[in-house]
Design a protein. Structure first.
Length: 187
């Protein structure tokens, strides 16, 4: 598949984000039982992130709210420290990604082979050291827009609840990126 068709398949009708994240693709055969377990873990992972990030937007009132914000700040600091320790031990490098709930475009190694399956691993949030792991298949290998080798990975097979959780996560990431661009523009 050429890169235009791969882009259309992964990003054509889907909300997409462009980020620099710690990520990797690990080619390997996918065992159906493992795929089911990985998808269940990914759904739990994404749902927990949603609960934590959405709760930060709620306004608490009174001294109980202030105390909860202090505890939350301490937990944020602790998670950041643990995340940094894990990042130092984790070999995944930061790469430029374009991704949606359908899949991802990322730099490819020399061994990129269309049709190969494996695990896509990404640090879904900077404060959580545990990576998000999804089953994926390489649907295209080609030079990207800047000429560097890229691979297009289609996630799946994903059960509907996992896909829905991934779509919500992409939406929150997109909303955060838009807010950051606006804040920078307003400075």
């Amino acid at each position: 598949m050429n890169h235009e068709r791969a882009d259309a398949a992964l990003f054509g009708d889907a909300l997409a984000c462009e980020d620099v994240q710690r990520a990797a693709f690990l080619p390997q055969a996918l065992d159906p039982a493992w795929v089911e377990t990985a998808c269940a873990r990914a759904e739990i992972h994404l749902s927990a992130i949603a609960v934590i990030e959405d709760s930060r937007n709620e306004e608490e009132e009174g001294t109980q709210g202030l105390a909860l914000r202090r505890i939350e700040a301490k937990l944020d600091l602790l998670l950041t420290l643990v995340g940094n320790l894990h990042t130092q031990a984790n070999g995944d490098s930061r790469v430029q990604l374009k991704w949606s709930a359908q899949g991802v475009r990322m730099p490819a190694g020399s061994d990129c082979t269309e049709g190969s399956t494996g695990l896509f691993r990404m640090q879904a949030t900077p404060w959580l050291p545990e990576p998000l792991v999804l089953p994926a298949q390489v649907i295209a290998c080609a030079p990207g827009e800047d000429g560097t080798p890229c691979q297009w990975l289609q996630f799946g097979p994903l059960p509907e609840p996992t896909r829905a959780a991934l779509e919500r996560h992409v939406f929150r990431q997109h909303r955060r990126a838009v807010a950051e661009r606006r804040a920078q523009r307003d400075l």
